[in-house]
Design a protein around this ligand. Structure first.
Ligand SMILES: C[S@@+](CC[C@H](N)C(=O)[O-])C[C@H]1O[C@@H](n2cnc3c(N)ncnc32)[C@H](O)[C@@H]1O
Length: 414
């Protein structure tokens, strides 16, 4: 059975809910979860990187066409059917709970061991939270997710709650209203290994030097918030001034970015007096020709970008912004600044993705006696599962491939 079936087809009939097993009902709830509260596509990194040839890569990349899924999700009739189904399920579960208390009935006879009260409680919790999602803000197309990232040794844990808002009347320009897999991948990599991103102890100079972090095309703000919360949790940043600036250019995306930053800062009260995060308008296409606001007038030590190259001009515009924003080497005691970019390899946008390597040369291809330039210092492929286990074998399970580029100054002498 495919996740692309509408609820009216997939779910056990409302009138017969009582005759279905706990296992079947849990499956139905998982289906509704993947429909109305999905995880971000392509955000589960595979831990073992298997080298693959270009042909293999192209053959297993899936078409990123979730339009059928979107159509079912936004169908008001299907949503109201799901609400009725969940309401009936909860009522039935309450009946079962009462009966289980009196030990007259076992709930599941289809292979689940000892299905008792605990199972109905899990079902009630899942059904109630889905009901709230289906009947509440999700009805307006908003999705709020809790993201959790941790260090490999399990010592650090960073959590952020992000809300996606609906695209503006299918306005392609408002793609940043949603959290994309690239942001999840970059945030996860940073939290796992801050040192690699210039966020380790003594990165970019002594404690007395302020660390400036910038995100381009921040969208919902996941990467900036993960960095802010990570630095809050690292003892060696306790007394160091840190400033994170999350930027975007689309009005509704920027408004949602501000609201996500406010929600996380006030909810968790994690921002110390030495650490601050701000949001700001920044349009790559006009950045070099317009006056700079104060918060973008100083050089940045760490610049971040997730899924921000998908039009022909993007790489050129971004390079021009970076020339004015990435700190040039000025002191041998301060580690070099860098731009960290993660982009998905969408089969439909191969030309645009390739522009990264025509706009930024590889360090080994640059004349060491030439002018200072921003070059690709390293490149790494990352493979993610498209979705979780539920979609395995249902046409939604192919991999999503990303590239991580580290870009920095070359020939910019001290
Ligand atoms: C695919 S979204 C990625 C958003 C976010 N980084 C993520 O991965 O979830 C691309 C982002 O780039 C922003 N963007 C596109 N063109 C831009 C421009 N000319 N100047 C600034 N931001 C731009 C969009 O508003 C959007 O937030």
């Amino acid at each position: 059975m495919s996740v692309l079936c509408p609820p009216t087809t997939y779910l056990p009939p409302i009138a017969k809910i009582a005759s279905f097993s706990v296992t079947q009902l849990l499956d139905a709830l998982t289906y509704l979860q993947s429909l109305y509260h999905p995880e971000v596509r392509g955000s589960r990194r595979k831990r073992v990187q298997v080298p693959v040839s270009n042909e293999e890569k192209n053959s297993h990349l899936r078409h990123e066409d979730d339009s059928e899924l979107q159509a079912i999700r936004s169908d008001a009739f299907e949503r109201s059917y799901s609400i009725r189904w969940l309401t009936t399920l909860i009522a039935q579960l309450e009946v079962w709970q009462d009966l289980s208390h009196s030990e007259e009935v076992l709930l599941d006879d289809l292979g689940t061991p000892e299905p008792t009260l605990a199972y109905t409680e899990i079902l009630v919790q899942q059904a109630a939270s889905l009901l709230a999602i289906c009947a509440g803000v999700a009805a307006a197309g908003m999705i709020t997710r809790n993201f959790v990232f941790g260090s490999i040794d399990g010592q650090r844990r960073v959590e952020a709650q992000l809300t996606d808002i609906p695209l503006d009347n299918d306005d392609y320009g408002s793609v940043g209203a949603q959290t994309w897999g690239g942001a999840c991948v970059l945030a996860e990599m940073i939290v796992e290994d801050p040192e690699r991103f210039g966020l380790g102890s003594f990165s970019h100079g002594p404690e007395s030097r302020r660390l400036n972090v910038l995100e381009l095309g921040a969208g919902t703000g996941l990467v900036s918030l993960a960095v802010m919360k990570l630095l809050d949790s690292l003892p060696f940043f306790n007394h160091r001034e840190v400033h994170v600036v999350a930027t975007d250019f689309h009005p509704s995306v920027l408004a949602n970015l501000r609201s996500n930053v406010d929600a996380n800062v006030s909810t968790h009260n994690q921002i110390t007096s030495t650490h601050s995060i701000t949001t700001h308008f920044l349009d790559w296409s006009s950045f070099s020709t317009t006056p700079r606001p104060d918060c973008l007038s100083y050089p940045f030590d760490v610049v971040l970008g997730a899924d921000i190259i998908y039009e022909a001009q993007h790489a050129v515009w971004i390079r021009d912004c970076l020339k004015g924003l990435v700190r040039r080497p000025s002191d041998s005691t301060v580690s070099p600044a860098a731009f960290h970019l993660v982009i998905p390899l969408r089969p439909t946008h191969a030309f645009e993705s390739n522009t990264v390597e025509s706009v930024f040369l590889k360090a080994c291809d640059v004349d060491p006696n030439g002018d200072a330039d921003l070059v690709i210092l390293s490149k790494e492929y990352i493979t993610c599962d498209a979705y979780g286990d539920y979609t395995r074998g249902q046409g939604l399970d192919e991999d999503v491939e990303y590239v991580y580029y580290k870009i920095g100054w070359f020939n910019a002498r001290l």
